[in-house]
Design a protein around this ligand. Sequence first.
Ligand code: HEC
Length: 167
Amino acid sequence: MIHKYRIYNIFYLAFLLFLPSGVGIGEILENKDKIHAHMLWHYITREKPYKNYPAWPGKEGFYESTMPPGNILKLYINELALDTVLHKKGVFPDGALLIKENYTDNGELFLITVMYKAKGFNPAGHNWYWVKYKPDGEARLEGKVDVCISCHVGVAGNDYAFTGSIK
Ligand code: HEC
């Protein structure tokens, strides 16, 4: 019995070891009971630093927001999201991440807003998990954030994304 148990343990360990490189982000976060902003911050800054993510095609580098007061933006998206944009898949898959940095006119980062597709989190809102972070990782708003949703719902037909058509 004990012997059998040990073998299972070894498989479990091997499974855990290969997780970070082997599977997509969705699976990693879903292993935990419930997604929350702290866990997501750790993921996007330590495990898979977002600064290494690709840009939204056509939005490389810094650009100006269409919303007053016209902050300077930088938008990073993970590979899952990039695949959706490139191949016009119409809807982002579980695990997709859109991370927008907001800078002041004089180049100071002051806000990071994130959309994370969390499986089963909020089907009515396309399962987007919304977070507004300060640059030090403190979450000011997270989850089903009404203020984010109430504006982005205007582009619900584009899976809540403003930056470009994904269809
Ligand atoms: C009043 C409207 C409005 C509100 C409120 C708003 N957004 Fe946005 N958001 C936009 C627009 C417009 C863009 C496209 C970039 C731009 O022009 O600023 C955008 C872009 C984004 C993007 C890049 C992906 C995309 O949709 O193009 C993310 C991520 C994002 N917002 C997250 C958030 C979060 C998180 C909140 C709440 C804390 C929020 N937004 C609140 C209007 C809004």
